[in-house]
Design a protein around this ligand. Structure first.
Ligand SMILES: Cc1ncc(COP(=O)(O)O)c(C=O)c1O
Length: 461
C-alpha cells in the first residue's frame, strides 16, 4: 500500500545550514581532481549529498536537549544505562555494547566469531559488513531471493533471504557457519524490506543447525513499517510491537545509530547471550566507545524513529521522489524501498559499455549536471571475496546508482530538483556513450579510494 504522497513534511526547520552553490565548470574541475570518485569530493563541493543516509540526518529538538544531559564518565555512566534500558525495551536484549558507529560493532563481532574457515550467509551484505567478514579471510555469501536485483520484478519483500539457498549452505557447511547475518532493510537491493515470515523461517533453520542469527539493523524501523503495510496480520500492530517480534527471531544485533538511530554518530551491539556479549566485549573494549551525549541522543532517536507519524513521513518522502522518476520512465528499483532510490545504470545509460563502470559514470554525470552526490556501485551478486578471488568478475554484477535520502534533512522541493536533474540526463542518455576506467583500486572497500579516468579517447576494451 503506497503512502499518500500529497501530504507535506511533518517537521519544520529550527536551524538552517546554507547549501554551497557551484558552477558546472567548477564541478568538472573538482571531480577531475577527485579522480572521478565522488567519495573523494569535499562535502562543500556538493550541493545535495545523497551518497549515504548514514549520519547526515537532522536531529530533533528533543535529541539536542538530551545531548546536554550526556554524562562524560568513562564507564557505567547514567547515559549508558538509559541507552541499555531503551535497547531492552525496544529489542528485548539485555546486554548492550555502545560503539561509535555500526562497522565498529561488526568489527568486534567478526573478530570474536570468525576465522579463515568461516562462511557467513545473509540476504545481501552491506559493503562494510562484507569488508569486515573478509578482513578475517572468511567468506560472505549473499543469499538474496531470485529477482531481488531485477528492478522490474515485483515482490513486497525483495530483501528476503533465499531460504532454500540458506538451507543448502547450512547443510553443506553448517559447522563452518558461525552466524547468519540479515540486513534489515536490505541496503544492497535498495532498502528492500525483509518480511516477518522470512525472519521467522531464517530463525527456524538457524536453530536446526545451532547457528546464531544477527540482524544488521541500520534500518530496522523502516523494515517494521513495510511489515505493517505489506503483511496483513501486522496491519493493526504498532511499530514497537512489530520490532519486538522481529528481534524475537534473532540472537543479536549490530546497529548503526546513524541511520535509524537518527543520530550523527553512534551504534551498538546487543544480545541476550552472555557468552557472546563477553566475547564481543573483549574486542570492542580495544577500540570502541561512545560519548555519553551521543548515547543520550541515540536513546531519544530510537524512540522517535519508531513513531508512526515519523515513519509515515519518512517513507512518503522517498515514495514521492521515486514516483516522480517512475513517471518519467527512469529505471529505478521497484517497489520503491525505504531509504534510497536505486537506479539501474546500465538500463539508464544503455550505450556505455558495461566494463566502463556505468553506475559511476552516471554518478559523475549527475554531479556535474547539478552538484548531486550519489553512490555508483557495482553490486556483486552471490559473493565476491577479494582474498579468494571468488566472484570478482563483474559478469553477474549490477550497476546501481544509489541515491540515499538523509533523514529530516532535505525538503520535497529539493528532491524534486534532484529528480529534474536526473530526468534531464535521462532525456539525453543516448548522447552518453563512454564511461570510466580504473587507474587504481584497493581490494577492500574500494569505492572509497578508487581512482578513475574518463574512457573517451581510449579504445573500447
Ligand atoms: C546495513 C548497514 N550497516 C551499516 C551501515 C554503516 O554504518 P556506520 O557508518 O555507522 O559504520 C550502513 C550505512 O549506511 C548500512 O546500510
Amino acid at each position: 500500500m503506497l503512502p499518500d504522497c500529497h501530504l507535506p513534511e511533518t517537521w519544520r526547520a529550527k536551524m538552517v545550514e546554507r547549501i554551497p552553490s557551484s558552477t558546472k565548470d567548477q564541478r568538472q574541475e573538482w571531480i577531475c581532481k577527485a579522480d572521478y570518485n565522488l567519495f573523494k569530493l569535499r562535502s562543500n563541493e556538493v550541493r545535495f549529498d545523497l551518497g549515504t543516509d548514514g549520519g547526515s540526518g537532522g536531529m530533533s529538538d528533543n535529541q539536542w536537549s538530551a545531548l546536554m544531559r550526556g554524562d562524560s564518565a568513562a564507564t557505567r555512566s547514567p547515559s549508558s544505562y538509559r541507552l541499555q534500558e531503551k535497547v531492552k525495551e525496544l529489542f528485548g536484549f539485555t546486554y548492550t555494547i555502545p560503539v561509535h558507529r555500526g562497522r565498529a560493532a561488526k568489527h568486534a563481532l567478526v573478530q570474536a566469531l570468525l576465522n579463515e574457515e568461516s562462511i557467513v550467509p545473509g540476504n545481501a551484505f552491506f559493503d562494510t559488513t562484507r569488508a569486515n567478514i573478509e578482513s578475517q579471510k572468511a567468506i560472505a555469501i549473499d543469499c538474496a531471493i531470485e529477482g531481488a536485483f531485477d528492478i522490474y520484478y515485483q515482490h513486497p519483500f525483495k530483501g528476503n533471504v533465499n531460504l532454500p539457498e540458506l538451507e543448502k549452505i547450512l547443510q553443506g557447511s553448517g559447522s563452518n557457519v558461525p552466524m547468519i547475518m540479515v540486513s534489515i532493510t536490505c541496503d544492497k537491493t535498495g532498502g528492500q524490506p525483509v518480511s516477518m515470515h522470512n525472519l521467522r523461517e531464517v530463525k527456524r533453520l538457524a536453530k536446526m543447525f545451532n547457528v546464531p542469527v544477527i540482524l544488521d539493523s541500520a534500518r530496522f524501523a523502516e523494515n517494521a513499517w513495510f511489515i505493517q503495510k505489506n503483511e496483513s496480520e501486522y496491519s493493526s500492530q504498532s511499530i514497537p510491537d512489530i520490532v519486538q517480534e522481529m528481534y524475537h527471531h534473532a540472537d543479536g544485533m549490530v546497529m548503526s545509530g546513524k541511520t535509524d538511530g537518527l543520530v550523527n554518530a553512534g551504534g551498538f551491539f546487543a544480545t541476550n547471550n552472555k557468552d557472546l556479549f563477553d566475547r564481543v566485549g573483549k574486542y570492542a573494549n580495544l577500540f570502541c566507545g561512545l560519548a555519553g551525549r551521543d548515547m543520550e541522543a541515540l536513546t531519544v532517536g530510537l524512540g522517535e524513529v519508531t513513531q508512526q507519524e515519523y515513519l509515515d513521513d519518512r517513507i512518503r518522502q522517498i515514495h514521492r521522489f521515486g514516483m516522480r522518476l517512475m513517471a518519467a520512465n527512469v529505471p529505478i528499483q521497484q517497489p520503491i524501498g525505504g531509504h534510497a532510490i536505486v537506479i539501474d545504470a546500465s538500463l539508464f545509460l544503455p550505450l556505455v559499455p558495461r566494463e566502463e563502470y556505468v553506475a559511476k559514470t552516471l554518478a559523475v554525470e549527475l554531479y556535474v549536471e547539478a552538484g548531486i552526490r550519489g553512490a555508483g556501485m557495482e553490486t556483486v551478486i552471490g559473493g565476491g571475496n577479494p582474498i579468494t578471488g571468488i566472484n570478482r568478475n563483474r559478469s553477474n554484477a549490477k550497476d546501481f546508482l544509489y541515491l540515499a535520502i538523509p533523514r529530516q534533512a532535505y525538503t520535497n522541493d529539493q528532491l524534486s530538483f534532484v529528480a529534474n536533474a536526473l530526468i534531464q540526463i535521462f532525456e539525453r542518455r543516448f548522447t552518453i556513450t563512454r564511461g570510466l576506467y580504473v587507474v587504481h583500486e584497493d581490494a577492500i572497500l574500494r569505492y572509497l579510494t578508487i581512482q578513475l579516468k574518463k574512457a573517451d579517447g581510449k579504445s573500447i576494451a
